[in-house]
Ligand binder design. Structure first.
Ligand code: ATP
Ligand code: MG
Length: 564
């Protein structure tokens, strides 16, 4: 954890990227223009780490009156799909960011990239190499020993050019040839050892169809796409700092004009108790360890949305973690804190009993129902009241009753009094048990003079939530917990994969009883179940049977650990 450093960067002063931009603005670099982009590869759904990058890139553009593009880096057709493109668009828009008409694709630049590659070949800066992928990999050497020079390295530009054209024309099988940049096989930076720029891949692309059978490598396409879009600040994660010399080399050796993008690296967001590699997330989906990319336990934006997270809570989280230059791991409790903060302000309160036991008020008139007023949200009294039906037979939480309580138990026990929220003070008279000693009924009496809102002198220590037995609706409630049982599931461990570290109890599905007013709520609606947590209606809900996802419990371990 490294929150102290990040915090001061985010709230008190400018983060290092803002400092750079403000310096550039002072120097009137690019006439004061700020243009960023978010460049996802459409090979999976976006996760909370991407959300950080989205908030950063769109946020900087907004702060400095600039623009931010959405660009799909779609250079690998076998792993990409239109499903992912659409999911990415939906998630970014949901987070509250607008790329306006600037939705671009690296595949839109395939022709231009091809021409740029031809320029490099003509300058003797790139060559067609007939080595196989394995041979090239085996010949790369190590950082301290030089790589093997390709026998094709000094091929004449005309010959490379003709071969490159034939590669494009589909005359060669997959993997038989590549185009490589001619840089330096002795460079200590492995990315500079004549990296591959194009590979042959007879595969249909989700946008260009069968038009191409050679595809640019990410490292070739990425920097040039930034240049073609005239991006001023190419922001990426730290692992790309070793690629920067290569990106610079490409730009140095092309005849560029206009804005030359500059790359800046920040530390990727890591979160404990989850994984964020798309490969691992895909494995969880494909092997059925989760129900899909939008499973509420996933760290994906769609999963968080289904879990009940709001765009504002994710933006606030992104802001709170700040922008770091060194890798660190953020505590999941901070993310949970951010959604609690939002839902505490905005989620209507309702009563729901998750583990019900029947409570009978012996002196309450049979057949009588009262419609009591429940405050919708104490944080927003102006939202007024809802009606909650009250009657002789109720349900309360099993855990709110103890036959033989310890000293500081302020809930219900024989002979003791508590208040029923929005209703009356009741006193427990006796209990009924079945043959196995299990409590089946709690019998109480109520005092009609203690109705909520009346001037009551008597003080009781506990207030319980409840539902009316005849009115309550049964609902499916999915109690989610963290997906992994260890803080760092990525940590390599002999004989174990990250799959072995899945939390076996990450979801527990129960039937609960909820306030009848919830019958009309719609998927995505969020509530605080009083005293138990925040819950969101799932799209699996059907008429007459609502399904709720628990977003988080009420207990804020972040706030607690920060001593606030
Ligand atoms: P991969 O490249 O392995 O498919 P990726 O997570 O890097 O996975 P991209 O689609 O390339 O996926 O990411 C798009 C953008 O999001 C990149 O600019 C990347 O730097 C940024 N990004 C990805 N993961 C994180 C993260 N954990 N924190 C911050 N930014 C991230
Ligand atoms: Mg990437």
């Amino acid at each position: 954890m490294n929150t102290a450093e990040n915090k001061s960067e985010s709230s008190n002063s400018l983060n290092f990227l803002e400092q750079i931009i403000e310096k550039n603005l002072k120097e009137n670099l690019h006439g004061g223009k700020v243009h960023t982009r978010f460049p996802p590869e459409p090979n999976g759904y976006l996760h909370i780490g991407h959300a950080k990058s989205i908030c950063l890139n769109f946020g900087l553009a907004k702060k400095y009156a600039g623009k931010c593009n959405l660009r799909f880096d779609d250079t690998n057709p076998t792993k990409e799909s239109i499903e992912y493109v659409n999911a990415i668009r939906e998630d970014i828009a949901w987070l509250g960011f607008d790329w306006e008409e600037r939705e671009y694709y690296a595949s839109d630049y395939f022709e231009k990239l091809y021409e740029m590659a031809v320029t490099l070949i003509n300058k003797g800066k790139a060559y067609v190499c007939d080595m196989s992928g394995e041979e090239i990999a085996a010949g790369r050497g190590t950082p301290s020993t030089p790589g093997r020079i390709s026998p094709w390295r000094d091929r004449k530009p005309e010959e490379s050019l003709a071969l490159f054209q034939k590669m494009r024309d589909g005359e060669f099988p997959d993997g038989s040839r590549v185009l490589r940049a001619k840089i330096d096989m002795t460079s200590p930076n492995m990315h500079m050892r004549d990296p591959v720029m194009y590979r042959i891949m007879h595969a249909e692309h989700h946008r260009t169809g069968a038009q191409w059978c050679i595809y640019p490598m990410y490292d070739w396409a990425h920097g040039q796409s930034d240049y073609l879009e005239q991006i001023t600040h190419s922001i990426c994660t730290l692992e790309f700092d070793v690629h920067r010399p290569l990106y610079d080399w490409f730009l140095d050796n092309l005849d560029i004009s206009g804005i030359r993008p500059r790359q800046f690296e920040f530390a990727r967001l890591n979160l404990n108790y989850t994984v964020m590699s798309k490969r691992k997330l895909l494995e969880l989906v494909e092997k059925g360890f989760v129900t899909g990319w939008d499973d509420p336990r996933m760290p994906t934006i769609s999963g968080l949305r289904r879990r009940g997270y709001t765009p504002a809570s994710i933006r606030s989280f992104s802001d709170k973690v700040g922008v770091a230059k060194r890798n660190n791991v953020i505590d999941m409790a901070l993310l949970e804190h951010c959604i609690r903060e939002d839902l505490n302000k905005n989620a209507p309160r309702v009563m729901a009993v998750l583990d019900p036991v029947r409570l009978i008020i012996d002196n309450y008139p049979e057949g009588q129902t009262e419609e009591l007023d429940g405050l919708r949200n104490p944080e927003k009294p102006e939202n007024g009241y809802r009606k909650v039906p009250f009657s002789k037979e109720l349900f309360i939480e099993r855990a709110d009753f103890m036959e033989d309580p310890p000293k500081k138990f302020f809930r219900l026990s024989p002979g003791n009094e508590v208040r029923l929220k929005y209703a009356y003070i009741i006193r427990c008279e006796h209990v009924v048990k079945d043959e196995s000693g299990h409590i089946t009924e709690i019998h109480c009496t109520y005092d009609p003079e203690t109705k909520s809102g009346m001037d009551v002198q008597r003080k009781v220590k506990g207030t319980l939530h409840w539902v009316s037995a005849d009115h309550a609706l049964p609902a499916e409630v999915r109690l989610y917990d963290r997906l992994f049982s260890v803080p760092n599931p990525d940590e390599p461990e002999q004989g174990k994969s990250f799959i072995d570290k899945l939390n076996p109890d990450s979801v527990n599905t129960i039937t609960a009883l909820v306030e009848p007013g919830l019958a009309d709520a719609s998927p995505g609606d969020k509530f605080q179940f009083e005293r138990t947590g925040y819950f969101c209606i799932d799209n699996d809900s059907k008429k007459g049977r609502q399904v709720f996802n628990r977003t988080v419990t009420l207990r804020d371990s972040w706030q607690k650990s920060m001593g606030r």
